[in-house]
Design a protein around this ligand. Structure first.
Ligand code: F0G
Length: 342
C-alpha cells in the first residue's frame, strides 16, 4: 500500500496513543496533497504550497481528529458521540459515527452553518440540534452535558483527541524533507494551530506559525473574548477559543504571530485561490492565503498555507462571491453564439 492508502492511525501509530489491537474507525483520512501554488509564489516572491486538507474524506481536516476521537470512544465502549460545531466537526463526527455504527448528536448555531456541512451531517443520520446561540455557547453547554451523561465528547478540547491533527505537520515535514520556513493557518477554536505546533516540536522542527482570524471574530488578536463574533467565514466565527493559551504559546514559541483580516480580504483570497490556482476552498480556509498576501513572508522562502476545508462545503458564499459569469440564453444558435463569443 502507498502512504495514501493507509489509514491515519496506522500510518503514524508509533506517534499516536493507539495500540495495534485497538478498534480502528477510519475512512482513509490523512495523507493529503501538498500543491504548488505558482500564482501565489510569484505574487509574494517565495515558494508557496497549499496543504489540501479538503481532500480528506468529509472535506476538511476534522477527519484527522475524528478517526482518533471516534476510535477512542469505541475503545471505551461509547454508544454515542456529541460535539459543538461550526459545521465541519459536525459533518466529520456524523460520518465517523455512522462508520462505527454508533449514534451522533451535534450542536450547531441555528441557521449559521454552511449548507454543504448541514447536508453531510443529516445524510450521515446525525441528530442536529440547532441552538439559539453561537458556537461558544454550544461548546459550554455540551461540555456541561457530557459531565453528567455517558456520551463521548469529540471536540478537540481533550488533550488526547488533539493528537490526530498533529499528523498534518508530520506529513508536511515528510513532503518538504523538513525544509519549511513558515506555516499560514486560519484560527477559530485554535485546536489546529496547537496541533501543528505539537507535531512540529515532536519532530524537532520549528517553522514560524502565522495564525489568522477574521476581524469580527478575533479574540486572540484583541486579547479578550468577543461576545458576538461575526464573519462571512462561518467555520471560524468563534469568540472564545477553547485552545486560547496553547495557541498563543505556539505562536510565541515559533516566533510567529496572530493577526486579523477583513471579510473583504478573506473573500478576495477565496476568489483568487479558485480562479488563479484552480483550487476551491471554503472561506475560512482562504484566511491563510489572505494573511500571506496581506502581511507577506517576512523573509521566509518555503511557505505552506493550510486550506482547511473544501469549497463545496459552502455553496451559498461561492454563488455570491465569484469571478465567473452566468448568461441566460435562448435555445437557438444565434443566441448561443452571442452568449459564448459576445
Ligand atoms: N478552517 C475550517 C474549515 C474549520 O472548520 C475550522 C474549525 C477552522 C479552520 C479553525 O480551526 O478551530 O482548530 O482553530 N472548525 C470547527 C468546527 C470549529 O466546528 O468545525 P480551529
Amino acid at each position: 500500500m502507498t502512504a495514501s492508502h493507509v489509514p491515519l492511525i496506522e500510518r503514524y501509530r508509533d506517534r499516536l496513543p493507539f495500540a495495534p489491537g485497538d478498534p480502528l474507525v477510519t475512512l482513509q483520512e490523512g495523507s493529503t496533497p501538498l500543491l504548488r501554488a505558482p500564482v501565489l509564489s510569484e505574487m509574494v516572491g517565495a515558494e508557496v504550497r497549499l496543504k489540501l486538507e479538503g481532500a480528506n474524506p468529509t472535506g476538511s481536516f476534522k477527519d484527522r481528529v475524528m478517526t482518533c476521537a471516534v476510535s477512542a470512544a469505541v475503545r471505551e465502549g461509547a454508544k454515542a458521540v456529541i460535539c459543538a460545531s461550526t459545521g465541519n466537526t459536525a459533518a466529520s463526527s456524523a460520518a465517523y459515527a455512522a462508520r462505527a455504527g454508533i449514534t451522533c448528536a451535534v450542536i450547531v448555531p441555528d441557521g449559521k452553518i454552511a449548507a454543504g456541512k448541514m447536508a453531510q451531517t443529516l445524510m450521515h443520520g446525525a441528530r442536529v440540534i440547532a441552538l439559539a446561540g453561537n458556537f461558544d455557547r454550544a461548546l459550554v453547554l455540551v461540555r456541561e452535558l457530557t459531565e453528567t451523561h455517558p456520551i463521548a465528547l469529540v471536540n478537540s478540547v481533550n488533550e488526547f483527541r488533539i493528537e490526530g491533527q498533529k499528523t498534518a505537520a508530520f506529513e508536511l515535514l515528510e513532503d518538504m524533507e523538513g525544509d519549511i520556513d513558515a506555516l499560514y493557518i486560519p484560527v477559530g477554536n485554535a485546536g489546529n494551530v496547537t496541533s501543528y505546533w505539537r507535531g512540529f516540536t515532536e519532530m524537532g522542527a520549528s517553522p514560524r506559525l502565522y495564525g489568522f482570524q477574521a476581524e469580527g471574530a478575533a479574540p486572540l488578536v484583541l486579547g479578550h473574548p468577543v461576545e458576538h463574533p461575526e464573519t462571512v467565514a462561518s467555520a471560524i466565527r468563534i469568540g472564545n477559543p477553547a485552545r486560547w493559551e496553547d495557541a498563543m504559546t505556539a505562536m510565541t514559541q515559533s516566533r510567529g504571530s496572530i493577526r486579523s483580516l477583513s471579510d473583504t480580504e478573506i473573500l478576495a483570497a477565496y476568489r483568487l485561490i479558485a480562479s488563479g490556482e484552480g483550487m476551491f476552498c471554503e472561506p475560512a480556509s482562504a484566511a491563510s492565503v489572505a494573511g500571506l498576501l496581506k502581511y507577506g513572508t517576512d523573509g521566509a522562502e518555503r511557505v505552506v498555507c493550510v486550506l482547511t476545508g473544501r469549497g463545496l462545503k459552502d455553496p451559498e458564499t461561492a454563488l455570491e462571491n465569484n469571478d465567473g459569469v452566468t448568461i441566460h440564453c435562448e435555445a437557438d444558435m444565434g443566441a448561443l453564439e452571442e452568449a459564448v463569443l459576445g
